[in-house]
Design a protein around this ligand. Sequence first.
Ligand SMILES: *Cc1c(COP(=O)(O)O)cnc(C)c1O
Ligand code: SF4
Length: 348
Amino acid sequence: MTHIKSAYSVSELMDLDLIPKSQDDQWSMLEQKYAIAITPTILKQINLSPSHDPIAQQFIPSLKELDKNDQELEDPIGDYKHTKTKGLVHRYPDRVLFKIVHICPVYCRFCFRREMIGPNADGSLSPQDIHDALNYINNHKEIWEVILTGGDPLILSPRRLKIIISGLNKIEHVKIIRIHSRVPLVEPSFINDALLETLASSSKAIYIAVHANHKNEFSKDGIKALKKLNDANISLISQTVLLRGVNDNLTALIELMKCFTENHIKPYYIHHLDHAKGTEHFRISVQEGRELIYKLRGYISGLCQPHYMLDIPGGYGKIDLNSDLNIKKIDNGYILTDYLGNEHFYND
Ligand SMILES: *Cc1c(COP(=O)(O)O)cnc(C)c1O
Ligand code: SF4
């Protein structure tokens, strides 16, 4: 397939034969609720023969997203509870999340922040909001690392990104800037000289956590973009979500972890799926996930090993699911112990 534009609607996806043509009203309901976008780079990587494609599963909407489930939450990881200034989430002492933009070049159908992102969401930061967040960071000497997220921070123009990076450069106690992004693989053309210059203008160590869930997301152009980041002295780490129908088997995970490592991306996290609305069809159980990830240890090099993480619902932080220290099986679920020693019931 050759497309030069991103697809943003159900009708465009029907025209491309990526969704079966239908008049069902449910499609327009879905479109109003959750944003859709698929970039040309990603459209090209979709291969619908055989019909079950790991890329299509991640980005092409499904009516299953309208299914309701009691466990599902608007704010599955408790961002709001720890929000200090607009866009700034301070849950752990030494690091903050700074949600600097609320749009993405692609919209993942399983996104944990799906209720807060997209062109219709109320997520833009005004210059005053940015000022307030930088001020908060400046006033909290314990903040060592600032994690830029969103949305996808690298969708911002280098000029707008530079405003934030220069602000952080002036704060002595911040040593690390980490950027969570899908851009290098889904919109590689954004990794251009202007962006690289902006990143290089920082005196901090810059890490990019590259989000990918299947090796097929590594296109030729994407690999070139990763190489540019590497050449610019930016450290790369990975993040992946464990997803039914995308990467819920040993072969897919082995190939993905090796692919990261071969491209100088150090495997970092595999996330257990959060309880975001309309994502039940992607869910695999904690037990199944633990077994899969435990097996990786034997089949691939220590260099390729990720941590298997779960964000405790309600904003209590992440735990390592493959450590028996903080997870206990009980009849109808698990007792999880957070880093402060508090216990939480988790219904799997
Ligand atoms: C996930 C998360 C972080 C980063 O956690 P790491 O384990 O350092 O990757 C920081 N703050 C918040 C609020 C988070 O949800
Ligand atoms: S790129 Fe991240 S924030 Fe954007 S839709 Fe995907 S998971 Fe959500």
